[in-house]
Design a protein around this ligand. Structure first.
Ligand code: PHE
Length: 413
């Protein structure tokens, strides 16, 4: 069964029936890859921080937050799916691992910061493949202005400065209206203010996209293509996503929007209006460095780590790929114990660590007479650092099977 308490950063926390943090996750909490010298995530963080030199950088906030702070304070509805124990990691009912850096918006605004960048590890339960990992890193950026005529003059000046910078750049932007019927300004906002702030958001982030993806930017090259798309987040409106066309594909880069006034009110800065964005560092680093598997960020192998230096993005030179070892497991689920796909994946991750590359559900059916559910999963075991023997994979697989039996009462077929 579960332990009666969990020790995290030297403190003990009681567990309860929602506790679902595994030892594999606990072991990674202190690692903070985004602050490791020469690590790609650290280099990408500093690159973005240098692009916004006047923003306050923050990167040491604890991942432990209340569900209130992660969700309620940001206007998430009570029934939002992100709150489910199948989707998020809980220490207990009152404490969880942040699922996004937006969880810190209120506290940072409350401290009085009006332009800031916050980088942190975030946690989400998910499937297993080359681009998903239950821990990843986000950067949140925000800028707020005084919501009066003088404040809006400051926005206009900033917009003019940013426009001048972009005017000379080789960039092609597909825009959407700053405000529309489907992406409305807030009732409490002067619509002119909301438009100016949304414009400032777009100009600021178009500049960042140029820094990250503009490459040499020589005028003979094809322009960088950036497209803005209407989006929805509970804590911003209007809201936008940004996509960039890079190496032949449209890539989703970030979410953003005009910060909901409720957030600023809670932070005691109701006289302000501003924008925020959140981006995933791994996704961008994988593209820029050509890193093919998200597990590599966690590698301690010198063949990985020695390739990188601070301040410069280079192309990852893959060392040989070791062979895959596929193992299937088929079973009947217990009638009375739910087994979510994310539960299955957490069992595999906890037993196999980073030796698991991919998990696929290859069969699922309900027996017509007994109405029992049968599932079959195919697990791809592969080490990134060495050749895994079939015996070793069999041993791991046997442990996975054991845990499925004990924790979820499954019956192996
Ligand atoms: N927190 C959002 C996410 O993780 C991203 C976001 C940040 C959106 C800030 C809008 C403003 O998807």
């Amino acid at each position: 069964g579960r332990p009666s308490s969990l020790e995290i950063f030297g403190d003990r926390y009681p567990t309860d029936d929602v506790t679902n943090i595994t030892p594999a996750i606990l072991a990674k909490l202190p690692l903070r890859l985004h602050t490791r010298p020469a690590h790609p995530l650290n280099t990408l963080r500093t690159l973005i921080e240098s692009h916004f030199p006047e923003f306050t950088p923050l990167s040491s906030l604890s991942p432990l937050v209340t569900p209130f702070k992660n969700f309620d304070e940001l206007s998430f509805p009570p029934d939002h799916p992100g709150r489910a124990v199948t989707d998020s990691y809980y220490v207990n009912k009152n404490l969880m691992l942040r699922t996004h850096t937006s969880a810190h918006e209120v506290e940072v605004f409350r401290r009085g910061a009006d332009k800031w960048l916050l980088t942190a590890d975030v946690y989400r339960r998910d499937e297993i493949d080359g681009s998903h990992y239950p821990i990843f890193h986000q950067m949140e950026g925000a800028k707020i202005f005084t919501a009066d005529a003088a404040g809006m003059r400051a926005v206009e000046e900033d917009n003019a400065r940013l426009r001048a910078l972009l005017g000379r750049a080789n960039i092609e932007i597909e825009d959407v209206p700053h405000v529309s019927a489907t992406n409305p300004a807030q009732a409490t906002h002067d619509p002119v203010y909301a438009e100016l702030v949304a414009q400032n958001l777009k100009l600021s982030l178009n500049g960042l996209m140029l820094t990250l993806f503009g490459g040499a930017g020589a005028s003979s090259e094809a322009p960088l293509r950036v497209r803005w798309i209407e989006a929805y987040f509970p804590f911003t409106t209007p809201s936008f996503e940004v996509e960039v066309f890079f190496r032949g594909k449209w890539l989703e880069i970030l979410g953003s929007g005009v910060v909901r006034q409720a957030t600023l009110d809670t932070a005691n800065v109701s006289n302000k209006i501003g924008w925020a964005f959140g981006l995933g560092l791994e996704r961008i680093a994988m593209i820029l460095y050509s890193i093919p598997d998200i597990r590599l960020f966690w590698s301690t192998d010198e063949r990985f780590l020695s390739q990188f230096t601070d301040e410069k993005i280079t192309t990852f030179q893959p060392y040989s790929k070791y062979p895959s070892c596929f193992k299937d497991v088929s079973f009947w689920t217990a009638q009375d114990i739910a087994l979510h796909e994310n539960d299955f994946c957490d069992v595999v991750r906890d037993v196999a660590g980073d030796l698991v590359e991919d998990v696929q559900k290859i069969d699922s059916f309900v027996h017509p007479k007994t109405s029992r559910t049968s599932l079959c999963y195919r697990i791809n075991y592969r080490s990134m650092d060495r050749s895994l023997s079939n015996e070793e994979a069999n041993e791991i697989q046997a442990q996975v099977v054991d845990r499925l039996r004990q924790q979820f009462g499954v019956e192996i077929r």
